[in-house]
Design a protein around this ligand. Structure first.
Ligand SMILES: [Zn+2]
Ligand SMILES: [Zn+2]
Length: 135
């Protein structure tokens, strides 16, 4: 996995480049991620806030709870980021918004107890279940 990965939204108005290495790559099955994305689950990676360099427009923010901001493209609506005030040094980015998402290797599942059965028939594989996120 390398530094310098790039990504962006569906329409291309919001673009980003990583100055660090993604870590903590997880499939989040919480209801909030599901609603925010319209998908059965969302795969996130974590990066230091200062290692995420925005290009073009900035994402618009939606506060899905008091401490949580979810960033999305103001034009096409692509789900891009998750930020929790309790962890101000880090931000989560949607793995599938990368230009080369295939380079990431998911490490675990989060909020497995909220999963949709039909969305996860083959998803568990050998990955462990990890607790965090939400809101
Ligand atoms: Zn867009
Ligand atoms: Zn979630």
């Amino acid at each position: 996995m390398s530094v310098g990965l790039t990504g962006g939204c569906l329409c291309g108005a919001v673009r980003y480049r990583l100055r660090g290495t993604p870590c903590h790559i997880t499939h989040c099955h919480c209801r909030s991620c599901r609603r925010a994305s319209g998908a059965a689950f969302v795969t996130w990676f974590t990066i230091r806030v200062h290692e995420l360099e925005w290009r073009g427009e900035r994402p618009m923010q939606y506060h899905s709870s008091a401490a949580v901001s979810r960033g999305f493209c103001p034009h096409c609506g692509s789900t891009l980021t998750y930020f929790h005030e309790s962890d101000p040094e880090e931000i989560d980015v949607t793995a599938a918004s990368l230009d080369t998402p295939e380079v990431l290797v998911p490490e675990h599942h989060t909020w497995w107890e909220q999963r949709l059965e039909w969305g996860t028939a083959n998803a568990q594989s050998a990955l462990p279940v990890h607790q965090r996120c939400g809101g």
